[in-house]
Design a protein around this ligand. Sequence first.
Ligand code: ATP
Ligand code: MG
Length: 419
Amino acid sequence: MSIQKPKGTQDLLPGDVEKWQYLENKARDLCRRFNYKEIRTPIFEHTELFARGVGETTDIVEKEMYTFQDKGDRSITLRPEGTAGVVRAYVENKLYGEPDVSKLYYVGPMFRYEQPQAGRYRQFHQFGIEAFGSTEPSIDAEVIALGYTFYKEIGLQNVTVEINSVGTPSVRTAYRTELQAFFAPVKDKLCKDCQFRYDRNPMRILDCKVDQKYGEGAPSILDHLDDECNTHFGAVQDHLTAMEIPFTINPRLVRGLDYYTHTAFEYKSAGIGSIDTIGAGGRYNGLVEQIGGGDQPGVGLGLGLERILLVLANQGVEVPKPEPIDVYLIALGEPAEKEVIKLLYQLRQQGIAAEKDYLGRKMKAQMKSADRYNAKYVAILGDDELARGEITLKKMETGDQLTVTLADLAANAAKTLFE
Ligand code: ATP
Ligand code: MG
């Protein structure tokens, strides 16, 4: 039997890849405008990094990691998300020593052992940003704005932004006790995961897809915020309002881990079956320290690119098709063929996308090939023309023909073809 791709992975073929390049280019351009610089960290890291940086009690670390022993008997994990690696690199390379806030972005594959379905894969791609070194609410708002603008600029409709404040660890101590008291009467009815969460991380029960009904009427973290938290949360909202970014407050949007502080947010858009979250992020003032760095604040987001493409397709949003080629060269006869090979190379070196036939096909088949490539020009070179040092170009859009000299094409193809 032939070998097939592993479950939960995808081949991105020409025709699809252009959509990916489009999203990636948009992400890069947006980051240029918001002054985020690209960082590239390893695809695999020491398992310990994710245990600490993502959190022992998360689904990711409990069930979803691709972990293996390498030949040197180290425990290695394929990165399940981007933040932990970026934080490690920030600490290891002492970026905190730089005078400005570190504003970083990444685009790349992540790996999680999940049950594959539409919008959920084992290898998927995230665009993410992280900003380290500032506790200012304006940067929380900037991060939220960047994600929102990304969705908007690629043409995604009906994206909603939900925000919440998860307070600080000390604020959450009282909240956790109250939550446990709230869930105590139904503890036995909760799903198995949530029965664990009840003791270890009760805030995550609010996040559970199975036990949502039991969370109704649960106490709100917003009633527990202290002055510092309220001020921060209020300022984030003010900045979003000033930027005209629509948002709603969802007090049940939680991250139960100690290093999350203040702002938590999610982007939602209907259209991938039961899944509606297309991106998420928040502030994590305790994370750098958790990973062995100093007391440096951070805030970031991660957006799933597969989910974006699914929603774009569902909404019928046009994404770019493959670029057409500029010139398809056809030679009639042996001497012309030699000249065409030379000319092809000359054109390509001048920045022109050029192609020829490599299958010894008849002229008609070559014309069809030019059509498939959506060629702007077909250039036909016969013996007579070769003798005159000329070539005939057919502009495919209009059918117009023009004859130019080979010397002109070789000297300045762009001018000859497109002016
Ligand atoms: P979910 O609740 O859907 O499992 P999550 O909380 O695990 O999401 P995050 O870790 O916050 O997701 O990741 C940020 C984004 O990455 C998600 O909003 C989603 O767009 C994308 N994402 C996460 N897991 C997958 C996956 N297995 N396949 C495709 N995209 C994913
Ligand atoms: Mg998940």
